[in-house]
Design a protein around this ligand. Sequence first.
Ligand code: G3H
Ligand code: 13P
Ligand code: ZN
Length: 319
Amino acid sequence: MLVTTSELFKLAYGRYAIGAYNINNMEQARGLFRGGVEARAPLIVQVSKGARAYAGVKMIEAMIRAAEEMYPEAIFAVHIDHGDEETCYDAIDSGFYSSVMIDASHEPLEANVAITKRVVERAHAKGVNVEAELGMLGGVEEDIQVDEKHALLTDPDEAAEFVRLTGCDSLAVAIGTSHGAYKFTGRQSLHLERLAEIQQRLPGFPLVMHGSSSVPREEVERINAAGGAIDPSARGVDVDEFAKAVPLGVVKVNIDTDGRLVWTRVHREHFRDHPENFDLRKPGKIMMAEYARFIVHKCEKLGCAGRLEQVRAALTADL
Ligand code: G3H
Ligand code: 13P
Ligand code: ZN
């Protein structure tokens, strides 16, 4: 069942967060839906501009529609991740997406407000929700490099004003996370005090955490033991911190890198152990099962596992 992100956020706020996972191929799509159903959890399927270019817009959308048919129990929203204006308009006009993210956070504040407002007007006219971003995450974000040290945390007063001026439906906040596998130099923890201040200015308003992969040490070790070369000091967000962010208004948690690590580990280990194999379906089958297992684990940590029936009851009662 394809639903809007706002509907999911209303039910989740203060109780649990929903994982938003980037997909690029069929194995991720099937693993994601299978994991969501196994965990009895709602999902947010994220499509980036890069994913649309890689798979092709028609193909990635068709994969999601096919997954919906194959996993009829799944409840999910489809979201454009880090969209520019053009991608957002294209997605809004297509009628397929529940929500779009307009990411103009690299622009000066006035330009971010103006661009976000334009996208909100066009999206709301079609019943599409809009996520915006304020503040800068560290690491690599699409083609923008932001040094970790100079990453700017979201200013709480500015956040409240930004939401009022733009009319966006949810806000991605910079609270110390960053994209990619190399997020932090030491042990990382979220700036929960900053999150609490943002929530005070925006009570009940859905907040989004980007850059929330945990880059599990075991995953990195297994990849490297199978011929990979990932910096073993790579660290991400401790999955046990999600529970602390939920009461502070976080409803959506973006995860991409961890899924890529699952893919890398599965394929490296498979070809290390079976150098004679050239049947792509053999590692592909393992990938789907492992990806589903990874999704179940995330849903448990986000608190959204086991919520599917109550979400379905609440959403179908409105019909
Ligand atoms: O934050 C960006 C996401 O991880 C998407 O990555 O643009 O390489 O698809 P991508
Ligand atoms: P990670 O790189 O931590 O997985 O973040 C993904 C993300 O924020 C997608 O928008
Ligand atoms: Zn992101």
